[in-house]
Design a protein around this ligand. Structure first.
Ligand code: SAH
Ligand code: SF4
Length: 346
């Protein structure tokens, strides 16, 4: 065991802060992985306990005006059958999510302007009337739009920064800007949302230095939720021939994130399970405390194809609920009965 690396992990565990070069050192070798994952697991247990929050994910539209190079929903992808759910269908799916015992629904989509502020307010209000927490993950909007969703009752917002490497961001997200993405995250914080961000692991030309910057960005923003997952190349995109991210590297970035943000909500991501069939359980034992089971029904699951190999595309929401409950209780953890807001620090 490398003494220096062990000291870095010890420092992170005690102070919840690391310098960039220390994070790079941890990312640059696999010799301390077990220790890193064990310590992240302990920090998780000490700060957010043993219960796992389940968030029911509704993928309500795969129509997107953006053109992110990595994503199967990008507007230039003509190989995908597009769909959008009507507001009432989305509300019906939320009602079913509640019947499965979920306390939060996550409404996710491409950037689809069909969903105006009025439509989204209608959807949010009706879901809030079911006594569910509402998380939105619908991309970049103006401050006024974010304020309107908040006024309708939205509680949380997920918007990954994807990468803090500005040059890489510019290359991968044509027509978008890193500065505007940061503006969105700051506006969301300011408006009182619980804010989730995160990054993709294994993007072309991404370095350990830039991943270290990503982790420091989460810390600096004091993100309430952080979702980290491997980039999985999609053949219907310009990055189809890239090699993509690994499960191990994603797990490491996630574990270091737990050490630095001890009380954040950190999901075991679906993309991790796509690369490793026990991915979510391994992640739950390495710092994660949230799972987002899919509650989208029928063929829409398959059509919401961000990346290939997505798990559970032929399963029903009821099956997913049973499956994940079995997995969580199988490792001695419990399913949370609360809304799962970040524990208040003050
Ligand atoms: N349009 C919204 C939400 C939907 S995309 C947004 O972009 O914020 C949700 C997430 O899917 C993105 O944040 C991105 O990190 C992830 N994603 C897209 N393409 C992916 C790929 N090829 N591999 C892994 N994750 C991908
Ligand atoms: Fe659209 Fe989000 Fe995919 Fe970018 S990542 S193309 S914004 S769905």
């Amino acid at each position: 065991m490398d003494k220096n690396l062990s000291n870095i992990i010890y420092k992170a565990r005690k102070t919840h802060s690391l310098a960039k070069n220390e994070i790079v050192d941890l990312l640059s070798t696999d010799s301390i992985n077990c220790e890193l994952f064990d310590e992240a697991d302990k920090v998780r247990e000490e700060n957010v306990g043993n219960s796992v929050h389940l968030r029911g994910l509704i993928e309500f539209s795969n129509i997107c005006k953006q053109n992110c190079l990595y994503c199967g929903l990008r507007r230039d992808n003509l190989n995908i059958e597009r769909y959008r759910l009507e507001p009432q269908t989305i509300i019906d799916f939320a009602e079913k999510a509640k019947s499965y015992g979920y306390k939060t629904v996550v409404l996710q989509s491409g950037e689809d302007d069909y969903f105006t502020v009025d439509k989204l307010q209608y959807i949010i209000k009706n879901i809030k009337a079911l006594d569910l927490a509402v998380t939105l993950s619908i991309g970049e909007k103006s401050r006024e739009e974010y304020a309107a969703f908040k006024a309708a009752g939205a509680d949380r917002y997920l918007l990954r920064i994807e990468t803090t490497d500005k040059e890489l961001y510019r290359a991968l997200n044509p027509g978008m800007s890193f500065e505007n993405r940061v503006r969105c995250l700051k506006d969301l914080k300011d408006l009182g949302y619980e804010v989730g961000t995160g990054c993709l692991i294994g993007l072309p030309n991404q370095t350990n230095e830039s991943l270290a910057e990503d982790i420091l960005f989460f810390k600096d923003l004091d993100a309430d939720m952080i979702g980290v997952g491997p980039f999985i190349p999609n053949a219907d995109t310009p990055l189809g021939d890239e090699s993509g991210g690994t499960f191990e590297k994603s797990l490491k970035v996630m574990a270091i994130t737990r050490l630095l943000l001890p009380d954040a909500n950190i999901p075991a991501t679906t993309a991790m399970e796509t690369l490793n069939k026990n991915g979510r359980i391994i992640a739950l034992k390495s710092g994660a405390n949230v799972v987002m089971p899919n509650v989208t029904e029928g063929e829409y699951r398959r059509l919401y194809a961000l990346y290939p190999g997505k798990i559970c595309i032929n399963d029903t929401p009821a099956h997913c609920r049973n499956c994940i409950t079995g997995k969580v209780t199988g490792i001695g953890r419990t399913i949370s009965e609360g809304f799962g807001f970040r524990p208040k620090k003050r």
